[in-house]
Design a protein around this ligand. Structure first.
Ligand SMILES: Cc1ncc(COP(=O)(O)OP(=O)(O)O)c(N)n1
Ligand SMILES: Cc1nc(C(=O)O)sc1CCOP(=O)(O)O
Ligand SMILES: [Mg+2]
Length: 472
């Protein structure tokens, strides 16, 4: 299959965007730059006629009014009858009751193909009163709650739900993908979200059958985010960024690989640290058992030996579709082609590692407090490790155990996925998930077990059972 930008340029879908006055011009420019054809008819007198000849319909709640609601309902019902994909942008849901009700009514009466919103909006549609300030949701108290809300809305409405933020989540209620792409400058121009919604509509139209597709929605968000990354390289501020963004949308060329994957919240379920001269056979055993996240932490070996050993672990991870992160050392991560690093408070700063490794790398950070976690999130971390949860035999300078509540304190302060670490074994993992963690990081309970593979499987099962309880 050709890349999404080529498909949109080839098919030039007519996208009927019933969008708000604030970003209408930006959305029209973005669709044109992407190769689609925008039509912005918003009035109820003509919208139902226009949508009948369109290839996709966008319903954007910005600048909402009762008249707009009626027009959207009528246009949406026409689109549903014609099998035209409909993408809902529930702008401000959760911020006012009227917006939440309007979005829910559209979801109920229109066959919506996809919803694209921020965390607060999607949580509001799921009935989870997340914190929303204005129309930009506060990325608070999220973690698994966002994924749970998105899955619930997707299952209830039979659509794909995309939650855009530091990392985008896309789910149909069963399968979930994460998209790692974007740049902070995108939040400094109005309409990035509205245009992402319109690109999702163009992507669904260009795929031909207009069916809800997690992969197509994820690819559209990758296109939007990657354009932001590339534009930011050329921009000197929000003004030049906006111009560069439109230019980038029009560029040919494939989208970057490796940016769409199962969410870190899935991959981090069991995170095994290779530490204390762990044999490669143990790594193989835990990968066979289903572990998809390994951290190489043989910090006491001479660096040349670490390079050799880490390269062998990386090769094992590649064979199992697992990610490899390197403890502390960005240079070692680059040397062996690892997927990223994990950094403690006394290691290289997250922002520096992000600058060296680029937007596609995974950067984890150790944080023991909500404040540290917010700083790490703002600096560009992808996940947080917190602990020690219980007493640990594997880190001499670990502090006093906090208990699982440290995971709750940290995970309720940020959007990023949080793993607990420190003394975690069978029976100790579930409390970490119930406290808001997405997984557990372990050394001795697995690496030091008589049968590391069996131990890994048992802990993974405990985590997955606990997650089912949280996500239900
Ligand atoms: C997943 C995870 N969480 C925490 C740590 C501890 O990292 P750090 O504080 O840098 O201590 P060292 O591991 O370097 O001794 C971790 N490694 N992984
Ligand atoms: C590497 C590490 N960091 C910790 C922290 O609290 O930040 S505890 C720890 C060691 C974890 O090993 P085990 O699973 O054997 O307790
Ligand atoms: Mg460290």
């Amino acid at each position: 299959m050709t890349g999404l930008p080529e498909r949109v340029r080839d098919r030039r879908p007519l996208v009927h965007a019933m969008t708000n006055y604030v970003t209408m011009d930006w959305v029209a420019r973005g669709l044109l730059a992407a190769g689609a054809r925008p039509v912005m008819a918003r009035d109820g007198a003509e919208a139902p006629q226009v949508v009948a000849v369109a290839d996709a319909l966008v319903l954007n709640l910005g600048n909402w009014s009762p008249a707009l609601q009626q027009a959207m309902l009528e246009a949406g019902e026409v689109a549903s009858r014609h099998g035209i994909p409909v993408v809902l942008d529930p702008v401000g849901a959760g911020g006012t009751a009227i917006r939440t009700r309007a979005a829910l009514e559209l979801l109920e009466r229109v066959k919506v193909t996809a919803v694209r919103g921020n965390a607060g909006e999607i949580m509001a549609l799921a009935g989870d009163q997340g914190l929303v300030r204005g129309v930009d949701a506060a990325q608070e108290a999220l973690g698994l709650r966002v994924e749970r809300a998105a899955r619930a809305v997707a299952r209830r409405s039979g659509c794909v739900v995309a939650v855009t933020g530091p990392a985008d989540l896309v789910t149909d209620g069963r399968r979930t993908l994460a998209v790692r792409a974007g740049h902070p400058l995108m939040a400094q121009i109005p309409g990035s979200g509205c245009l992402a919604t319109a690109l999702v509509a163009a992507a669904l139209a260009a795929q031909g059958d207009g069916a809800p597709s997690v992969a197509v929605v994820a690819e559209a968000l990758l296109w939007a985010g990657w354009a932001g990354e590339e534009a930011a390289r050329k921009a000197s501020g929000p003004g030049s960024f906006a111009v560069a963004y439109l230019d980038q949308l029009g560029q040919a060329g494939p989208l970057p690989a490796g940016r769409i994957a199962p969410p870190l919240s899935d991959l981090l379920s069991l995170y095994v640290l290779v530490s204390g001269a762990t044999p490669l056979s143990v790594v193989e055993a835990v990968l066979q058992a289903g572990c998809r996240m390994i951290q190489f932490r043989e910090k006491h070996l001479p660096l040349p030996v670490q390079v050799e050993a880490a390269a062998r672990v990386r090769e094992a991870c590649w064979r199992h579709g697992a990610l490899l992160l390197i403890n502390d050392r960005v240079d070692l991560a680059q040397a062996v082609g690892a997927d990223g690093v994990h950094l403690g408070q006394d290691d290289l700063p997250v922002a520096v590692a992000r600058r060296i490794l680029g937007p596609g790398a995974i950067v984890g950070a150790t944080c023991e407090t909500a404040g540290e976690a917010r700083i790490a999130q703002a600096a560009g971390a992808d996940y947080i490790g917190t602990g020690p949860v219980y007493a640990t035999p594997s880190k001499a300078d670990a502090g006093k155990p906090y208990g699982p509540d440290v995971v709750r304190r940290v995970s309720e302060a940020i959007r990023l996925p949080v793993v607990g670490i420190g003394g975690i074994g069978i029976g100790g993992a579930a409390p970490v998930i119930r406290a808001g963690g997405v997984g557990v990081a372990v050394i001795s309970s697995v690496v030091g077990a008589p049968d590391p593979g069996a131990a890994a499987r048992a802990i993974l099962d405990e985590v997955e059972r606990a997650k089912e309880g949280v996500l239900a």
